[in-house]
Design a protein around this ligand. Structure first.
Ligand code: CMC
Length: 365
């Protein structure tokens, strides 16, 4: 039998046309296009690109956006079910439960035709933000806010969360966040989803596998971990002792390190710029300065002292962006999932199109 690779490190499990990562040069492409070129487009266009394999023309984009907007509403019964639970600690538990409910109310749930799969994909992309905003408001006994047709995917989410139309920069930040979170090759949640899809399970079930896997603190849960850490550090003067204490106790620093990138994650650079601009608009540079101090001290400790290629990953400056958008840490992983759902759907379709059940072997000891 072949040599076992712990954590499947370096193992190539499948071919994909959806994304490409060069972890040494720090390059990420969706469908052959660098994220730096995609990040100024609307999220809807990037979602279309991931799911359909090409960028939409003007007519295709307006039709796709219209379909998304038409499917943003969620079933009133679903809200009633969700109100029964307390998802205060992590909204992802609520989102996972809500997607199960959505599947339950979708008559096409167990139909696998291309049309049924397309309809389910639209519903998933469209409803994720509505569910996350509704869950958050329900936890304060507040009524959900109806989606606003005039707003982009990201801006509408912020609006449904607070009832306030976001500023242009806040709307841009949310759109960019969803784009940068949308896809990342065979990350753990996407791999879990592809395993489910490879058994020919339905899209909702596969997406729920993705959600369950995204939750962990070593994956998407790290974004909440960074937000908690920014609170814990409590002042810029404390950064050095906080970091050294963690490293001495051999604790992981959330938002740093990556299985594939051995240089700065290209998404982190874009998030950092958005965070800096938000800090200026807010007239408050505290979160940005704190994060930059953490980055500087950890560069010294990881790279200069230990010689390890551990740099900020996607979760580090995205957490700073969330701080400026006044997003509670409990929502961080769910918002990550709102972006990632497009990539998950693309992987589901790719798996269905050329399927072989994913079933590796274990080495018996
Ligand atoms: N803090 C402290 N030490 C670290 C960190 C970190 N964030 N990341 C890696 N290391 C050390 C680790 O202790 C190990 O040291 P040694 O060789 O002495 O045992 C070495 O670097 C290799 O780390 P690893 O955990 O074995 O590497 P991996 O490829 O299995 O794990 C990782 C990658 C992302 C899970 C890890 O870097 C980590 O736990 N980071 C913190 C959590 C995090 O930010 N996760 C988000 C990942 S990226 C986006 C996403 O998936 O959402």
């Amino acid at each position: 039998m072949e040599e076992m690779k712990k954590g499947l490190e370096g193992v190539v499990a499948l071919d994909t046309k959806i994304s490409f990562i060069d972890g040494i040069q720090g390059i990420l492409m969706y469908r052959g296009i660098k994220i730096e070129e995609l990040v100024d487009l609307p999220y809807d266009a990037v979602s279309y690109l991931l799911i359909n394999g090409k960028l939409p023309d003007e007519t295709e984009l307006s039709e796709f956006s219209r379909e998304i907007k038409n499917n943003r509403n969620i079933n009133g019964k679903q809200i009633e079910v969700l109100k029964e639970f307390d998802f205060g600690f992590d909204a992802l538990d609520g989102l996972r439960t809500a997607i199960s409910c959505t599947a339950h109310f979708d008559l096409e749930n167990n139909y696998h035709s291309p049309d049924a799969n397309k309809n389910k994909s639209i519903k998933l992309v469209a409803k994720f933000p509505t569910i996350v905003a509704a869950l958050h408001r329900a936890s304060f006994n507040q009524k959900p806010i109806e989606p606003n047709e005039e707003l982009s995917h990201g801006a509408n989410f912020l609006y449904m969360l607070t009832g306030r139309i976001p500023t242009e920069l806040e709307a841009e930040a949310m759109e960019k966040d969803l784009i940068l979170s949308a896809e990342h090759e065979l990350n753990p949640s996407t791999f879990a989803l592809r395993i489910a899809a490879s058994t020919l399970s339905d899209i909702y079930s596969a997406v729920i596998c993705g959600l369950c896997t995204l939750k962990g603190p070593l994956h998407g849960g790290a974004r909440k971990g960074v937000m908690d850490m920014l609170d814990e550090v409590s002042s810029i003067e404390n950064v050095q002792s906080y970091v050294l204490g963690k490293l001495e106790r051999k604790e992981k620093i959330m938002g740093f390190g990556h299985r594939v990138y051995k240089t700065l994650d290209p998404r982190a650079r874009i998030y950092k710029d958005v965070a800096r601009r938000l800090s200026i608009e807010n007239g408050n540079s505290y979160w940005f300065d704190l994060a930059e101090e953490l980055e500087h001290i950890l560069f010294h400790e990881f790279v200069e002292v230990k010689g390890k290629p551990i740099y900020p990953n996607v979760d580090f400056y995205s957490a700073v962006v969330y701080k400026y958008l006044d997003i509670p840490a409990e929502l961080a992983t769910s918002i990550f999932a709102m972006g990632r759902v497009s990539g998950w759907i693309a992987h589901c379709m790719e798996q269905y199109d050329d399927n072989k059940v994913i079933r590796p072997r274990a080495h018996f000891v």
